[in-house]
Ligand binder design. Sequence first.
Ligand SMILES: NC(=O)C1=CN([C@@H]2O[C@H](COP(=O)(O)OP(=O)(O)OC[C@H]3O[C@@H](n4cnc5c(N)ncnc54)[C@H](O)[C@@H]3O)[C@@H](O)[C@H]2O)C=CC1
Ligand SMILES: O=C(O)CCC(=O)C(=O)O
Length: 409
Amino acid sequence: MANTSLDKSKIKILLLEGVHQSALDTLHEAGYTNIEYLTHSLGDEELKEKIADAHFIGIRSRTQLTEEVFEAASKLMAVGCFCIGTNQVNLKAATQRGVAVFNAPFSNTRSVAELVLAQAILLLRGIPEKNAKAHRGDWIKSAKNSYEIRGKKLGIIGYGNIGTQFSVLAEALGMEVYYYDVVSKLSIGNAKQVNSMKELLNMADVVSLHVPETPATKYMFGAEQLAQMKPGSILMNASRGTVVDIEALAETMRSGKLLGAAIDVFPVEPKSNDEEFVSPLREFDNVILTPHIGGSTIEAQENIGREVAEKLAMYSDNGTTVSSVNFPEVALPSHPNQHRLLHIHENIPGVMSEINRVFSDNGINICGQYLQTQDEIGYVVIDVDKEYGELALEKLKSVRGTIRCRVLF
Ligand SMILES: NC(=O)C1=CN([C@@H]2O[C@H](COP(=O)(O)OP(=O)(O)OC[C@H]3O[C@@H](n4cnc5c(N)ncnc54)[C@H](O)[C@@H]3O)[C@@H](O)[C@H]2O)C=CC1
Ligand SMILES: O=C(O)CCC(=O)C(=O)O
């Protein structure tokens, strides 16, 4: 598969799920004008239709980029996830087709940490329940089951960017922080790592999940873990909807064991704001239900819009793949007066020697060459004198193991 560098006005960019205006501004400033912008996600069939002629797509967490969708996306060069999680993208299918995937790994971290901190305070005071009752005319002026956050034990599961930020904020309010992570971590402040999730659940007053969606985290929190939590404690999940078994949580809430819960992510989430939200947790006044808005603040969305759009424009303009989640990372200088070839190939022995042989057999002088490989693929960028760009592309296409190549004029 080969793409020559297109006039920027011909490069089609499909932006879904109402990514921030800053993404549009950034792409416009970089010269990209052929942008289709939708405020919602698309179902499989519509998505396959729209992605067929797209060179770039921008999504958030709702759009599912499956193998089938990639199969329909023959022109696609890169995906921008305007969020942290990339579990909605079949990364293997993207990689095998030479499609680079980018995200914004830090831009909404603080927003999630602030939300869960606020939720912990509200739940420890029984506010969600008192608020719901007041809306129905009931006046519950009582200190029963109402606690300060100071001195309580916070148990964080997944001590990454969000977990550590939350840890710092919680300590500032006087919480004692413990965390469980599959990796040994350097503790921030006075937080302490524990050896097992059970140990954490047995002692924590507030438990908060901040793991990515992986095969290991899928339904990692079910009836067994809920049983290990302290009576009167709180569970919060702003990670992914598949991490917690919602039916088991509903059962535990019905039993009255937990003081409350805050859930931001669900196994099945509405595709748009017009769709009804269905969940067995709707019946509980002491469960805060939020529509996957942990990272939805103006600040975070604006930063994410700019960051991911810049990464897409950079990849399109000069081939740089820094911070791609599935591609070898290559940081490239500009290439004035030269043509640049971007060659994505299977990571098998002999490809580079064949490329170099093809160039030398055809008298194509190489001005610069940058190579990185990673697991299944290799990414080599080759700068040549202007007169050789088209010929070099033609020759590269025939190299064994080629997945995709394009030339930037
Ligand atoms: N609700 C929302 O709007 C948002 C949700 N998220 C979700 O939060 C997740 C976490 O985000 P970050 O902190 O930025 O990710 P991160 O990658 O910085 O941290 C994740 C941590 O979880 C740990 N981990 C992985 N598997 C584990 C397991 N089985 N048990 C215990 N620990 C495990 C990792 O070692 C790592 O320390 C994201 O992957 C995303 O799914 C992120 C942003 C917004
Ligand atoms: O803002 C979104 O659509 C998703 C946020 C999120 O879950 C993430 O960043 O991983």
